[in-house]
Design a protein around this ligand. Structure first.
Ligand SMILES: *Cc1c(COP(=O)(O)O)cnc(C)c1O
Length: 403
């Protein structure tokens, strides 16, 4: 077999379908967010980034950068091992305490990424709880699906945010069997929010554990930025809250927060926690500074929401088909992978606007979209420019207008 031919054919198939992924080669410019430099072959161009998950621009906050500079000078580059074998630095310990406090839980546990946090936690619980059934929302993130698959426990999928279907599934499981409901608070592609309270009511009724991914909500919702469960006053009803430090907190790394016994259990049995070197101390220090800062700055959250609702309003005013979301996510439907890429290229190369096309399998076919994530740093002037450019591109490519 010609292996290379096989690999090349697989990639060619993606190109034919119009969903081959091209990465924008960016150089972020600290202090100038959302401006960046885009390397385009031999040339460079200034662009405005409109699709970053650094939702508050904390990735360039001097508070965070100073903490990282200090920690790197103090502790050096790497952590030097796994958490068990010389890789636990004091910053890791402080960060776990801070995250526990943020979510009002007994303990926190950090991972190298949010992906690894989901994969490890779900797979470990599913593997170890005898006869466990995991009941999972149909639109859960790939990292949760990977964790559930890897657990090899029985799984049931309930229709997205559908309480009746969830209850139907819960009823099907033997009452003596352990169960876990796995879901997200903010679904980041459609920008909708799950009925957390009602899901907790069902979990209580059927004695199920609750696992909530707040990746697109931490830093952004609630009085201290602990997420939607904090905003809704129901953090105490969630058994396991999972989050990332790579999005709203602007650095990198994942975590869970929960009871002391749960975190000690994952710490002791979770392969993805045990067998991987811990994050560099300076990264942990940056995360710690970010969580502490964001907790105290509600005005960031208010500005963030204001920017998102203003953009949604302005786009719908000119007939751009923006999905009516209740969150900070501003998805604009194109509905075709090739046109979606064309629109994105047009914006990038002729208007200095970077917004990544989102195609299958990240979203269902036929719902290809541009997903805008305005931050508090996207000012009116940048927004004027975006709105004008979108209007032009929409006409030029003959894209569908809002109904
Ligand atoms: C991005 C994402 C993750 C993974 O988090 P990382 O820290 O980027 O690995 C997990 N869940 C959801 C819903 C995500 O969007």
């Amino acid at each position: 077999m010609d292996y290379d031919e096989f690999f090349a054919d697989k990639v060619a198939a993606l190109k034919t379908e119009g969903r081959y992924r091209v990465f924008a080669d960016l150089e972020r410019d600290a202090g100038k967010f959302p401006a960046a430099i885009n390397y385009q072959g031999d040339e460079i161009a200034d662009v405005t980034v409109w699709c970053s998950n650094d939702y508050l621009g904390m990735g360039q906050s001097t508070v965070v950068m100073d903490a990282m500079h200090q920690a790197i000078d103090k502790c050096g580059a790497g952590a030097g091992g796994t958490r068990n074998i010389s890789g636990t630095n004091h910053y890791h310990v402080l960060l776990e305490q801070e995250l526990a406090k943020l979510h009002k839980k007994e303990a926190g546990l950090i991972f190298t990424s949010g992906y690894v946090a989901n994969l490890t936690t779900l797979s470990t619980i599913g593997q170890m709880l005898p006869d466990c059934v995991i009941i999972s929302d149909a639109l859960n993130h790939n990292s949760m699906i990977a964790g559930i698959k890897h657990s090899r426990s029985e799984k049931m999928i309930f229709k997205h945010n559908d309480l009746e279907d969830l209850e139907r599934k819960l009823k099907k499981v033997n009452s003596h069997q352990p169960k876990m409901i796995a879901f997200e608070s903010v679904y980041s592609m459609d920008g909708d929010i799950s009925p957390i309270k009602e899901i907790c009511d069902l979990a209580e009724k059927y004695n199920a554990l609750t696992f909530l991914d707040e990746v697109h909500a931490v830093g952004l919702y609630g009085n201290h930025g602990a997420g939607v469960a904090e905003r809704d006053g129901i953090m105490d009803r969630i058994d396991i809250i999972q989050g990332t430090m790579a999005k709203g907190f602007g650095v990198v790394g994942g975590y869970i927060a929960g009871s002391a016994s749960l975190c000690d259990f994952i710490r002791s049995y979770g392969d993805g926690f045990i067998f991987s070197s811990s994050m560099p101390p300076a990264v942990a220090a940056g995360c710690l500074a970010s969580v502490k800062y964001v907790k105290e700055h509600n005005e960031l959250r208010e500005q963030h929401q204001e920017r998102a609702s203003t953009l949604k309003q302005r786009l719908s005013d000119i007939g751009i088909p923006v999905m009516p979301t209740e969150t900070h996510i501003v998805p604009v439907i194109v509905g075709d992978p090739v046109l979606c890429k064309q629109a994105s290229d047009e914006l990038m190369f002729n208007h200095g606007i970077y917004v990544q096309p989102i195609n299958y399998p990240t979203v269902p076919r036929g719902t290809e979209r541009l997903r805008f994530t305005p931050t508090p740093l996207h000012n009116d002037e940048l927004m004027d420019h975006l709105v004008k450019a979108l209007k032009k591109v929409w006409g030029q490519l003959g894209l569908k207008e809002a109904a």
